[in-house]
Each structure stands twice: as C-alpha cells, then as structure tokens.
Design a protein around this ligand. Structure first.
Ligand code: GTP
Ligand code: MG
Length: 194
C-alpha cells in the first residue's frame, strides 16, 4: 500500500471517546515492549509517528491513526508488565475488552509476540477469547532480527503448534530489517477485503 498521509486522530479510554468515523479498523495488541508501536511505524513508513520506548508501558491509552483517509490503525496499550501499578493493570483489561467487543468498524486484531519467548498463557487466552468473539487475529513473531534464520523457523514451528495453526498463519517480522512488512500489509488487505 502506498502511504500518502498518516494522521494521529486521538487517544481514548472508553467508547464515548473513540473517533466516530466508520473506516475499516485494525488493532495491534501484545505484551508491553513487544514492539507494537514500532510495527505500526514500519507499516506506515514513519520513524516516530507512533511513540516508542525501551521502557515498557509506553502506550497506556488506545491511540487511533488514520492512513490515507481510508484505514484506521489502532495502537493498544500492552499487557503483562509487572512494574505498572495495580490500578493501571486493572484498567487495561476492561479498556481493551470493551474496545474489541463494542468497536463496530474493528475488522481484525494483530497480536504480536516476541520471537524469543514461547507463547504464554496471556497470548493463548487472548486468541481463544478472540475466537469466541469471532474476531480474526493475525499472529506475528516480532524482533526476528534477534535470532538466526534457523532459530526463527524453530520458533515459528513452536508457535504454530501452540496455537494449532498453519505456519503460514504466523508472520515473522522485524522493525529493524522490515522483514515481513509486505506480508502484514497483504494480510491487512485480506482482513479488510480491499
Ligand atoms: P508499549 O507501548 O510499552 O506496550 O510497547 P510497544 O509494544 O509499543 O513497543 P515499542 O514499539 O515501543 O518497542 C519497545 C522496544 O523494542 C523499543 O526499544 C524498540 O526499539 C524495540 N523494538 C521494537 N521492535 C523491534 C524489532 O523488530 N527489533 C528490535 N531489535 N527491536 C525492536
Ligand atoms: Mg507502544
């Protein structure tokens, strides 16, 4: 997809604050610090449109971005970071669940996992929950540049068997090398049926 224009629209916590447009929307989820914001920057060819940080817990609100005045990309706050306060953790789950359950224009979720970790309970639970909500979910193993090609494929197989998916249903990605960027765009196009 040729990126002509990207706009930050707004941050939101609850449905009343979500933007009122009805463009197709794709959201990015995953553990804190996994690289959600970096992945969005890579997709839209911007270095720092979406704020990233080496400190986990950088994104704490639901952030809406509009691409080419046609496609909405949503950066969700990360989960599972032990050092954020209990209060923030207690806010996270209802914030993301409400978003997924109520957002009409949401067509799919992209779930990122660090390629160096085996999928955890959070990810398995999240995928099962999305399936019961009939929400399509694309799985990404990110920071692929941290492993050799052989190890990348080994982790791909482990994830495919953990989620009971075909290898082709999981994308190897790196924000550093941009490996996997085009595949993710192709999958987004499939999800929104353009
Ligand atoms: P939260 O907003 O805290 O939930 O984090 P996030 O998932 O948005 O992660 P973010 O994009 O801010 O990246 C976290 C750290 O990982 C930053 O230091 C990034 O530079 C680094 N990072 C992200 N993607 C990659 C990647 O593909 N390869 C490498 N080597 N580092 C990455
Ligand atoms: Mg972030």
């Amino acid at each position: 997809m040729k990126i002509r224009a990207v706009e930050f629209i707004k941050s939101a916590v609850k449905p009343a604050h979500y933007p009122e447009y009805d463009f197709p929307e794709i959201a990015f989820a995953g553990r804190s610090n996994v690289g959600k914001s970096s992945l969005i920057n890579t997709l839209i060819n911007r270095k720092d449109m979406v704020k990233t940080s080496s400190r986990p817990g950088c994104t704490q609100l639901i952030n809406f971005f509009l691409v080419n005045e046609a496609l909405s990309l949503v950066d969700l706050p990360g989960y599972g970071y032990a050092k954020v306060s209990k209060k923030i953790r207690a806010q996270w789950q209802p914030m993301v669940e409400t978003y997924v359950e109520t957002r009409k224009n949401l067509l799919g979720l992209i779930l990122l996992m660090d390629i160096r970790r085996d999928p955890g309970k959070e990810e398995l639970d999240m995928v099962r929950w999305l399936e019961t909500n009939q929400m399509p979910c694309l799985l990404i193993l990110t920071k692929a540049d941290k492993l050799s090609k052989t190890k990348q494929l080994k982790q791909l197989d482990a994830a495919a068997s953990a989620f009971n998916r075909d290898r082709n249903g999981i994308v190897l990605f790196s924000a550093k090398t941009r490996q996997g960027r085009q595949t993710i765009w192709d999958e987004i196009h499939n999800l929104i049926d353009w």
